[in-house]
Design a protein around this ligand. Structure first.
Ligand SMILES: [Cu+2]
Length: 116
């Protein structure tokens, strides 16, 4: 898994102002995508992502507290994501990943990676 930490999420205010929330992703086979996933109110929003192999998820923390998005099986980890920052993870291997926050283990989500 490729991880790029610390990318600043400059459009955060704009997107929140427009009231946009990262949707559940359902789409056809049309190449790799960048999928937005939020962390807010000590929760992953949405708490379930359905993507294709090769897609990248941009995990963005909208909380004041730092969070992580971490594979329960240990395969990948965003590392610490500060307020307003993002970490990109590219998912190459199909499978279902149980996700939690290392700082707040009660925060859980699921990433389902379908074959490309
Ligand atoms: Cu957390």
């Amino acid at each position: 898994m490729r991880v790029v930490s610390g990318a600043t999420r400059r459009r955060f205010g704009l997107l929140m102002g427009a009231g946009l929330v990262a949707p559940l992703v359902v789409r056809a086979h049309d190449g790799p995508h960048l999928v937005e996933a939020g962390i807010e109110g000590f929760a992953f929003v949405p708490c379930r992502l359905e993507i294709r192999a090769g897609d990248t998820v941009r995990w963005t923390n909208h909380d004041i507290a730092p969070h992580t998005a971490t594979d329960k099986a240990g395969g990948w980890d965003t590392g610490r994501i500060a307020k307003g920052e993002s970490s990109d993870v590219t998912y190459d291997a199909p499978g279902t990943y149980a996700v939690f926050c290392r700082f707040h283990p009660n925060m859980i989500a699921e990433v389902v990676v379908e074959p490309a």
